[in-house]
Design a protein around this ligand. Structure first.
Ligand code: URA
Length: 248
């Protein structure tokens, strides 16, 4: 891949700006300054490292990142009352250009402003679709703190299915595990608007706090602080692709 194309594809500005950065001596590949925009670079996803104006960056053909979402952030590109989760990402990820198969970096489904935890973002259109579509049954696990002590009948109704106000077909939890009397672990394979809050309300309880701890095989570990992001590893991306395929 040409160096100017590589820098452009990773979100460092327009093609012209990227060529200018290279000619100005501001771009290094594997620690060596390269002044030729047309230089051919062997770009290996997750391995090739370059720097632009001293900002070190790893080449990723497609972006797959994980954010530990804090409360008080909206998953919208143009948020209203709250800051956007995109403001938690570094500039190159926010500015990666879209293309035929890529919408640019987008949240994989949305979490409410007050929901915390595991949020995926990607610029792989097919991947985003697979993770979100109920057809692929990708399980999402939520830690739900409820206002009233949980009743066995409430758990049973969540598993049997409840009817929400926008669809006559019942929605059911794939799993519902009582952790403590006010802490429920709920697994859903679809992502309707406010689904957890509406399902819990439908069985006569109320969500006080909501945290997503897992998507498919990916568990949010203690190593990623609230508000921080990281690239997914190649193995994690593969595992997520697999879970989508397994249920097709
Ligand atoms: N269900 C909700 O009600 N809110 C979320 O943020 C995610 C799932």
């Amino acid at each position: 891949m040409r160096l100017d194309q590589l820098i452009y594809s990773q979100g460092f500005g327009t093609r012209r700006h990227c060529a200018g950065l290279i000619v100005a001596g501001l771009v290094s590949v594997e620690d060596a300054v390269c002044l030729d925009p047309a230089a051919e670079v062997l770009a290996v996803s997750g391995q090739t490292t370059f720097s632009v104006q001293r900002q070190s960056w790893q080449f990723h053909e497609r972006a797959y990142v994980l954010v530990n979402k804090p409360a008080g952030y909206e998953c919208s590109q143009r948020p209203g009352a709250w800051p956007s989760v995109y403001s938690l990402l570094p500039g190159p990820l926010r500015q990666r250009p879209g293309g035929v198969k890529s919408p640019g970096v987008q949240a994989v489904g949305r979490l409410d402003q007050d929901t915390t935890g595991l949020l995926l973002l990607s610029d792989d259109g097919a991947f985003i679709h697979r993770m979100n579509s109920p057809r692929y049954h990708v399980p999402k696990v939520y830690e739900v703190t409820v206002r009233h002590p949980l009743a066995v009948s409430q758990i049973q109704r969540l598993l049997d299915g409840v009817v929400l106000d926008d669809d006559a077909r019942p929605v059911r939890a794939a799993a519902a595990q009582v952790v403590t009397s006010r802490h429920l672990q709920l697994t859903l394979t679809e992502g309707k608007y406010h689904q957890v809050k509406r399902m819990v309300a439908a069985v006569g309880n109320r969500v006080n706090a909501l945290h997503r701890s897992q998507v498919g095989p990916l568990v949010l570990g203690p190593d990623l602080a609230t508000g921080q992001w990281r690239w997914l590893t190649a193995a994690e991306v593969l595992a997520l692709h697999e879970v989508g395929r397994a249920h097709r």
